[in-house]
Design a protein. Sequence first.
Length: 378
Amino acid sequence: MIRRGFTAVLITIIVLVILLFPATAYTQTSFTISSYSIESEDGGDVTDNPLMAGLTYTVSFEVTLDATLDGTTLRISTPLSKVGDVYWRLVNEYTGVNTNIWQPGQDSIQFDAIKGVAQFTCTGRVPSTYTTEELTNGDTLHFTSPISVVSLSLSGSGELLDEIETEVKDETIIAYQNLLSNKQSLLQVTGADPTYHTLAEDIVTLSEQLSEKGYVEGANSLLAILPDQEGDFPTIEELESDITEKSNLVASVDTDSSYANLVNDIISLAEVLGDEGYVNIADQLLDNLPDSAADFPEPASEQSSVPYLVVIIVLALITVAGFVLFMRAKSNNSFIQQQVEEEAGRLDVLLVRISKIDKQLANDISQVKEQLERISGR
């Protein structure tokens, strides 16, 4: 009985040792990708840079095994697309790879876990759609995405042992990030009017939020609204100078009184916009006014001044309407609606003056004013 009991215990211990040995061996054995480098198709080293969707790369790497495990097979694999006859090349004479039977044209290969260093290269193309997602409405989202260009795992269990991980971008993402960096740098050095500066920062923030959600093309278009150079940012000093210049000019010329009154109203509107911080829009309004005395119409009959009134009112309405549409699309807040309502009220005053000159023109301008009110949600 004692011998039988001893034999049973011994058999149990042997079975446990057999079952536990592989796990013990794996924990005490190191299989790692000890070094690697990544080259672009033109031979440039991009190891520390993000990869680009649609481009071809060659990954050179070493797998170091510090022990031999009989009966153990390792696997290396890649998500890259094939660009030639094979993915893999064995650079040295590592004995764990049987080059007579291996299949380097497959996206994964297996080799025996034999002590030593195996040197490989893997060549493939990052899928062109790796960073994009097509929506049902036709929009395309762009995301910076991680990629494991080479993975090392156990063949049997699929347990991941090591990997070469980097990230993938595309041309749209790169273009946006470059533009974002330029605009942020400009905002740090520009002396723009504080309110306009705040508005520009809000636009940058909104573009970043769009980019995070994948709408990189929309974010890029939004940033393009901002000036490209420091000198293009409006300043309150420039606006004040322009207002003074236009005011002095209209005061110094002998022109049609209705035209002069309209010019003064536009200058006043520019001052209001400037006080609220919309310096850029105020500058655009002033640009619609004459730059010299020769450009002002000479005193004449009321009927002859109509063409000048038409031109300047239409320009003013286009400028204000464009401002409303932009701000409604980007911010859609009640403050802007209030401003639009105030400016529509100012147009009512202008309509009274215009109706004395040309009732048909006044009717046309009234329709434009009503459309502006509809846009603002009045």
